[in-house]
Design a protein around this ligand. Structure first.
Ligand SMILES: *[C@@H]1O[C@H](CO)[C@@H](O)[C@H](O)[C@H]1NC(C)=O
Ligand SMILES: *[C@@H]1O[C@H](CO)[C@@H](O)[C@H](O)[C@H]1NC(C)=O
Ligand SMILES: *[C@@H]1O[C@H](CO)[C@@H](O)[C@H](O)[C@H]1NC(C)=O
Ligand SMILES: *[C@@H]1O[C@H](CO)[C@@H](O)[C@H](O)[C@H]1NC(C)=O
Ligand SMILES: *[C@@H]1O[C@H](CO)[C@@H](O)[C@H](O)[C@H]1NC(C)=O
Ligand SMILES: *[C@@H]1O[C@H](CO)[C@@H](O)[C@H](O)[C@H]1NC(C)=O
Ligand SMILES: *[C@@H]1O[C@H](CO)[C@@H](O)[C@H](O)[C@H]1NC(C)=O
Length: 265
């Protein structure tokens, strides 16, 4: 009897002891493979460009050589070998619609920067995208692109117009993308319904800011205002990829030479 009790006591004691000394579950090891998008969701207007800002980490013993971006077919279905949007080693492996449109902002993969730009955004670019290091790893986190209507307007800059003095109007297309240049056209309409497209004295230009990887597209219209131009409406139309069109109209105010000399004297 005594033996039994003490045995039971001992057992419960050891039980308690082992229970107490059980090590806490080890904290989950942080994965050496991480990817960060900032932000994880991007909304882009049609015709503009999407810039995905992205960084990644990998185990020290891996030497990334080739970056691949691909698009998920559906929300839950990502197929790595089809729907390649960018392949740094074999660009021809990119799907037809994406060739030449996608490029890495940083081509040196040792910088762990997977940022990418997709130019000439169209409706069916909407969806989720994934990043992969060839022969190593596919990051499961996705970045989502939403494509919205083009609602930005061109901006038209008008200097003060004086009769007889050549003046230059400037129309700047929205966006800072390096893709296909937009088509910028000028038309003007008098008080009647006469609409004339202006081809003479218009130029299309762009300004690249290399430190900033941005490109601004603008067109200038140079003409010599006369009294007839007063109250005329000048319209600047900008179209991206011949599909997405926006416009801005300004009414010209021409100061007459007569008034000016009247004021001056
Ligand atoms: C993915 O690729 C397949 C085969 O080329 C194509 O039929 C499908 O439309 C593509 N899906 C997307 C979302 O691009
Ligand atoms: C990635 O590289 C691009 C181009 O060099 C740079 O503009 C961007 O700031 C880099 N992003 C990060 C998070 O370092
Ligand atoms: C630009 O638009 C005008 C008017 O729609 C058209 O005549 C011209 O061919 C276009 N130019 C280009 C380069 O697409
Ligand atoms: C429209 O403008 C053009 C060029 O300024 C001119 O040749 C034409 O006669 C005008 N048409 C009308 C109906 O005013
Ligand atoms: C980059 O360029 C755009 C267009 O010229 C300008 O609006 C923006 O302020 C610039 N950003 C920086 C950081 O210089
Ligand atoms: C084009 O510009 C030049 C110089 O500013 C001017 O002499 C000429 O009249 C302009 N042509 C038209 C059609 O406005
Ligand atoms: C011309 O004047 C009208 C009325 O004052 C003004 O609404 C318009 O913005 C002016 N246009 C330009 C190009 O300055």
């Amino acid at each position: 009897m005594w033996v039994l009790i003490s045995a039971a006591l001992l057992l419960s004691l050891t039980e308690r002891a082992t229970c107490k000394s059980q090590p806490p579950p080890p904290p989950p090891k942080p994965s050496p493979w991480t990817i960060t998008f900032s932000p994880a969701e991007i909304t882009v207007e049609k015709g503009q460009c999407a810039v995905i800002s992205c960084t990644f980490t990998h185990p020290d013993n891996i030497k990334p050589t080739t970056a691949i971006w691909f698009k998920c077919r559906t929300k839950d279905r990502c197929d790595e070998d089809k729907n390649i949007t960018f392949h740094s080693e074999t660009p021809s492996k990119a799907q037809e619609g994406f060739k030449q449109r996608v490029s890495l902002l940083e081509t040196d993969l040792t910088k762990k920067n997977c940022s990418v730009i997709i130019n000439d955004i169209r409706e069916n670019d909407a969806g989720e995208y994934q990043f992969r290091l060839l022969n190593s790893y596919t990051y499961s986190k996705k970045v989502k692109i939403t494509v919205s209507a083009l609602t930005q307007k061109p901006s038209v800059l008008t200097p003060p117009l004086t009769e007889g003095e050549p003046a230059t109007l400037t129309c700047t297309a929205p966006g800072f993308c390096s893709g296909t240049p937009p088509n910028i056209t000028w038309t003007w309409r008098g008080t009647g319904d006469n609409i004339t497209e202006l081809r003479d004295n218009t130029t299309i230009q762009m300004r690249e800011d290399l430190t900033n990887v941005t490109t601004t597209h603008f067109s200038t219209l140079t003409f010599t205002p006369s009294a007839e131009h007063h109250n005329m409406m000048v319209m600047c139309q900008v179209s991206f990829q011949k599909k997405y069109q926006i416009e801005e109209t300004v009414t010209l105010n021409v100061t007459c030479e007569y008034h000016l000399s009247y004021i001056l004297h």
